[in-house]
Design a protein around this ligand. Sequence first.
Ligand code: NAD
Ligand code: AHE
Ligand code: ZN
Length: 375
Amino acid sequence: MKTRAAVAFEKSKPLEIVEVDLEGPKAFEVMVEIKATGICHTDEFTISGADPEGLFPAIMGHEGAGVVVEIGAGVTSVAVGDHVIPLYTPECRSCPSCLSRKTNLCTSIRGTQGQGVMPDGTSRFSYKGQKLHHYMGCSTFSNYTVLPEIAVAKIRTDAPFDKVCYIGCGVTTGVGAVVNTAKAGPGCTGIVFGLGGIGLNVVQGLRLVGADMIIGVDTNPTKEAWGRTFGMTHFVNPKTVVGDLVAHLVGMTKRGADQIGGADYTFDCTGNVDVMRTALEACHRGWGESIIIGVAGAGQEIKTRPFQLVTGRTWKGTAFGGARGRTDVPRIVDWYMDGKISIDPMITHILTLDQINTGFDLMHKGESIRSVVVF
Ligand code: NAD
Ligand code: AHE
Ligand code: ZN
């Protein structure tokens, strides 16, 4: 069949909106009509050429929601008409990683997913006879896409696609980093570096668990108001700090009899390796945990003095907020529908597929939190 899609033919070039060919689902695959998709900074990261796994031509997008329109042989967990959120971190429930209960990083199809193809090693997408790569196993910048059955989460049918698509990455990543990865609890202190589409969800995750102090750090002063909307209690713009930023943040977190300072939890939501170091060093001696969410390009490395770890700080990372998609995503949709978490104000721009490059322009200018393309 034919479907409209935004194709990244080459790195660092605007996406081209064209009609592509899409093959139907094979065994254990489903075809989904994507109703809405968010634009995440990771799409920009790959399009820019910084992603060592980046493949071109490809159909990007990994933050979608839609309806199952066709199922392949053997599919039992979803049916035509089901509402679903595609999962770039699938949940097969049978690979060693899923069975370990220690990680959400299902490994059953990670190899082929990283090669931009379906589990059988082939692509369902082509354009004028040329193969197009899938992206992160999702390719939600296409009106129709094909996914493995284990890479869709079935959700309730009353949830609005143009809002819950954001649960396909940003919301789950940010809130999950607090709840699943940090396992933060009431009374904690947290510092969130980067108040964008991910960082604001970390802020609301910290509010959800009852954090006492939520410090937001962003070089864009317009992000202060955004942070406060979702529970941030203090804002720091590194550009206006006189002297050392770590010392400044540690000073802010000295409380009561504890004059050592440093946050219980810090989160990098920028992808900047220098910020990652600051985040690690701004967490509390003895027990502070720093969680890396941002992704950094090929060749980039993190560093700190080993002393920072010897003295009890922990450096961690998280993908998709540690969430097991088929199990946790429907619950997060419920949290949204029940008013426990907020999504609507963060969706600052609704675009058509033809306007998708505007979404990336808004991201570059720091003018959007999330742009959502509605098909
Ligand atoms: P975004 O562009 O919406 O937000 C980034 C924010 O960081 C902006 O507000 C920007 O002003 C701020 N910033 C940039 N440089 C800074 C600095 N030096 N100090 C402080 N703030 C700074 O991006 P996003 O969609 O929120 O994504 C954030 C990062 O998270 C990206 O690297 C993205 O690829 C990554 N990400 C990771 C996962 C995961 O599973 N680990 C999931 C989604 C996104
Ligand atoms: N391809 C990059 C890695 C990018 C990365 O870490 N991606 C996250 C999701 S970002 C969502 O916006 C992820 O899920 N990582 C786990 C995995 O298996 O990729 C690189 O550096 O090679
Ligand atoms: Zn993402």
